[in-house]
Design a protein around this ligand. Structure first.
Ligand SMILES: NC(=O)c1ccc[n+]([C@@H]2O[C@H](COP(=O)([O-])OP(=O)(O)OC[C@H]3O[C@@H](n4cnc5c(N)ncnc54)[C@H](OP(=O)(O)O)[C@@H]3O)[C@@H](O)[C@H]2O)c1
Length: 233
């Protein structure tokens, strides 16, 4: 095989093997654990390099786990999973450095939830109905490939679709086909056998609007380990 071709294959598997997670909350840690179980290298990013939750997570997960600032983590991988609080998520990309995110793919699973009036949260009006948080991220980072997915399930279900029976449908959307196909590979690794592509990033309006439905089901049943299935298509 030609040397350049071998180099390209090695580089592709090297880059594919590295993930960056923005966010030290339960979602970031759950997906970080899962990616490491699957044998990937993961860097968790936060506001400071000495974030206690990130250091503890990296310590527990051994040699495949690293942590640093958002900017360090953005440099580490071409594939970023955004697990930060919806209200401040746009600030996080400023902190990471927009230049560093050019040409990279971001799997966005954040939700525009406003907890200021207690539970249940509502959707922030500026990021709902005729707009969405994922669109706001895409508009802020025009040279980055945003893919929305996983936001409408609990994080344990995100990382392991069999937690809700394994037959549900995972929705995704985004403007870039290659980025969506890369994200589908991760979804498959997390056990999502059925995926449904809703088209461009505007599809996130509906995906984020599923949150009030998700919250109501959770309140009514007391069970967060469920997912939506699309039948009849
Ligand atoms: N919980 C679930 O199962 C679930 C399911 C679906 C979607 N989601 C979505 O996933 C995202 C993460 O949820 P979560 O519960 O893991 O965590 P979260 O509490 O919503 O967010 C935690 C992250 O946000 C960062 N953060 C908070 N305020 C900040 C600020 N002013 N500037 C910069 N960073 C700030 C925190 O940084 P520090 O570490 O520095 O505090 C931390 O990394 C949310 O958007 C949520 O809606 C959650």
């Amino acid at each position: 095989m030609h040397e350049n071709k071998i180099l390209a294959i090695c580089l592709k598997s090297y880059l594919r093997d590295h993930f960056c997670i923005f966010g030290t909350g339960v979602v970031g840690r759950t997906l970080g654990n899962k990616l490491i179980q699957l044998g990937h290298r993961v860097m968790m990013g936060s506001r400071t390099a000495d974030n206690e939750k990130a250091l503890e997570w990296a310590d527990k997960n051994g040699r495949l786990a690293l942590c640093g600032t958002f900017s360090d983590a953005a440099e580490f991988s071409n594939l970023i999973i955004n697990c930060t609080k919806g209200a401040i998520t746009l600030e996080v990309f400023e902190l990471a450095g927009k230049e560093k995110l050019k040409g990279k793919t971001i799997l966005d699973l954040s939700n525009p939830l406003d907890f200021s009036n207690g539970m249940p949260p509502s959707l922030y009006p500026q990021w709902s109905n005729t707009y969405s948080l994922a669109e706001a991220i895409q508009d802020a980072l025009p040279q980055t490939f945003i893919v929305k997915s996983l936001n409408m399930v609990n994080c344990e279900v995100m990382a392991d679709a069999s937690r809700c029976g394994g037959n549900a449908t995972m929705l995704l959307c985004g403007n870039h086909d290659k980025a969506k196909s890369d994200i589908k590979e991760i979804l498959h690794e997390f056990g999502w056998k059925k995926t449904l592509d809703l088209g461009d990033i505007k599809g996130a309006r509906g995906m984020e609007a599923l949150l009030p439905v998700w919250l109501r089901i959770w309140q009514s049943t007391g069970n967060g380990h469920f997912a939506f299935d699309i039948v009849g298509i």
